[in-house]
Ligand binder design. Structure first.
Ligand code: PRP
Length: 195
């Protein structure tokens, strides 16, 4: 049995009990994702397009976004790590998995779940620009502007949110809660603070 199988969280019957409030519900997310898909449809009609999802948090957004996009496009994935098991960004970005495809001469949109300090995207945008794409733009579902440490231009934001610890719709705490279908605020007691 793996070490994670012993974690107390797996004793829980429902993850919902750890949620203080629902910040963005399923219906609101669905509507906004459709709008973001329409933006891509308009901006990239009759153009080459590669969407790059930054694992793992963006997978749920990416899966819904590509189904809201009706024009032809390709997808690829990168994996980075910044948070570990903590709740704040370390400022250190590691590439765990690089793209499978060359982006030279291509129109690339990076798809993120959340921009917090900005360290991850600042680093990714820099190394991707060095690969000479025809264009490089950034779409994020969530933005926490209060937490920004580095200046970064974000082209499209789904929701600008306050500085709360959010989980669900792909976002995790300690690798759990990604499957919640809404964006919820985690009870502080879950990560060792008082509620
Ligand atoms: C999260 C999120 C972004 C990054 C944003 O990823 O998906 O990639 O942090 O934070 P920043 O703006 O402070 O750099 P995380 O490292 O938690 O990995 P995950 O997507 O696998 O959960």
């Amino acid at each position: 049995m793996s070490a994670t199988a012993h974690r107390a969280i797996f004793d829980k019957v429902s993850l919902h009990q750890d949620i203080a409030t629902v910040l963005i519900d399923e219906v609101t997310i669905r509507k906004r994702v459709r709008e973001l898909g329409d933006i891509i449809n308009r901006e990239y009609a009759r153009k080459d397009l590669l969407l790059v999802s930054v694992l793992k948090g963006s997978i749920v957004f990416m899966a819904d976004l590509i189904r809201a996009i009706t024009i032809p496009h390709e997808i690829d994935f990168m994996a980075t790590s910044s948070y570990g098991a903590g709740v704040s960004s370390s400022g250190v970005v590691r590439i765990l998995k690089d793209l499978n495809t060359s982006i030279e001469g291509r129109n690339v949109v990076i798809v993120e779940d959340i921009i917090d300090s900005g360290n991850t995207l600042s680093y990714l945008a820099r190394i991707m620009q060095e690969r000479r794409p025809a264009s490089l733009r950034i779409m994020t579902l969530l933005d926490k502007p209060e937490r920004r440490e580095v200046d970064i231009h974000v082209d499209w934001v789904g929701f600008s949110i306050p500085n709360e610890f959010v989980v669900g719709y792909g976002l995790d705490y300690d690798e759990v809660y990604r499957n919640l279908p809404f964006i919820g605020v985690l009870k502080p007691s879950v990560y060792g603070a008082s509620d």
